[in-house]
Design a binder for this molecule. Structure first.
Ligand SMILES: CC(C)(COP(=O)(O)OP(=O)(O)OC[C@H]1O[C@@H](n2cnc3c(N)ncnc32)[C@H](O)[C@@H]1OP(=O)(O)O)[C@@H](O)C(=O)NCCC(=O)NCCS
Length: 333
């Protein structure tokens, strides 16, 4: 029997640079409530959201992903020619075929392997884990990971459970070899028995000219599940990294809803002084883009700095979830 050769990668990986794209169009709660039967005070009290951003009508998901990707490449100092794989995490690419990633790779000038990851709001943390393992396994020297959503295209503006929550944006990182581990082991899983909790309104083959596809959510169910189940996942990710909660500088949960973040932080009994991401207040819930966008907000505001130790936890449709301890990257100046 022939012995098949194997690749071998470096022992440690890290996020080498971060880039994001926030669409220009800022949408206030008052604007959302021009159509939605709700009000600014209710939305802020129940979700923490003050504003969100929507992509322009002619601004595509691939446009947003490409800009974030370019910025991550610039921040990391890695040339596009050195990217071996492009992974796009998204649930709002309007086509099943082809995936968004080959289109983004092409726009960036790359012929690298490129594929999408569909894990709802947990997509970025799934893709980050896959990227780290691709590098450690020697399959790619560098991987470009992009979380991107254009949820504004899939919203029913009159739905009181979703219209004020979801928004658009993109965040990207380059993953590559590092002297010290900067991406810890992933803690992840799924519960497909709860697939109905966050889902699309109809199957693609049921579409007709009178109906459009929108996101639907049983918000109360998400609220009952996430702050408790994710505390266990967070503890597992920290333990798998060989650390204690007291070793963390920063907590970056998926920016679903401020009340979920605060209940989760309380349940985890996070140490005093840990910085907690609250980008949902300004950006809404951008699903697979929310974690890199929230990291960027903390770095830009000076609340966190490159090199800080952060716990990432993301959760959403599937239900799916993933989290890991990371070292925060630098972003484009
Ligand atoms: C969506 C969410 C804000 C709704 O809050 P809730 O407290 O569960 O709301 P309920 O549906 O139980 O409704 C409570 C009351 O608010 C009202 N209400 C619901 N949505 C409303 C809205 N958008 N504006 C004003 N009032 C609203 C209801 O009519 C109800 O009124 P009543 O008590 O007089 O009957 C909440 O469930 C939530 O944030 N869930 C998590 C969702 C999330 O972040 N998902 C991210 C997925 S990754």
């Amino acid at each position: 029997m022939a012995t098949i050769g194997q690749r071998q990668g470096p022992a440690a990986t890290a996020m080498l640079g971060l880039g994001v794209y926030r669409p220009e169009r800022l949408v206030t709660n008052d604007e959302v409530c021009e159509v939605l039967d709700s009000n600014d005070e209710w939305i802020q009290t129940r979700s923490g959201i003050r504003t969100r951003r929507y992509a322009g009508e002619h601004e595509s998901l691939v446009d947003m992903a490409t800009i974030a990707g370019e910025r991550a490449l610039a921040a990391s100092g890695v040339a596009i020619a050195d990217i071996g794989t492009v992974i796009v995490a998204t649930s709002t690419h309007a086509q099943h075929t082809p995936a968004a990633a080959p289109l983004v790779a092409d726009r960036l000038g790359s012929k690298a392997a490129a594929f999408d990851v569909s894990a709802g709001c947990a997509g970025f943390c799934h893709a980050l884990s896959v990227a780290s393992d691709l590098v450690r396994g020697g399959t790619a020297r560098h991987v470009l990971v992009i979380g991107v959503e254009k949820l504004s295209m899939f919203l029913d503006p009159t739905d009181r459970g979703t219209a004020f929550i979801f928004a658009d944006g993109a965040g990207a990182v380059v993953v590559g070899a590092a002297d010290e581990p900067g991406i810890g082991p992933v803690a992840w899983g799924s519960d497909g028995s709860q697939s109905h909790v966050i889902t699309q309104s109809m199957r693609c083959n049921e579409l007709d000219s009178e109906h459009s596809l929108v996101v639907q959510m049983e918000g109360t169910q998400v609220f009952r599940w996430a702050p408790f189940a994710m505390a266990d996942v967070a503890r597992e990710a920290v333990s798998e990294a060989g650390l204690e909660l007291t070793d963390l500088d920063v907590f970056v949960p998926h920016q679903a809803n401020l009340r979920i973040t605060e209940t989760l932080a309380r349940n985890l009994k996070l140490p005093e002084g840990i910085v907690i991401a609250r980008d949902v207040q300004d950006a809404g819930n951008t699903s697979a883009a929310s974690v890199p966008l929230a990291i960027e907000a903390l770095l830009r505001g000076g609340e966190a700095k490159p090199g800080d130790t952060a716990l990432l936890i993301a959760f959403g449709a599937g239900l799916s979830y993933a989290g890991q301890v990371v070292t925060l990257p630098a972003m484009e100046a």
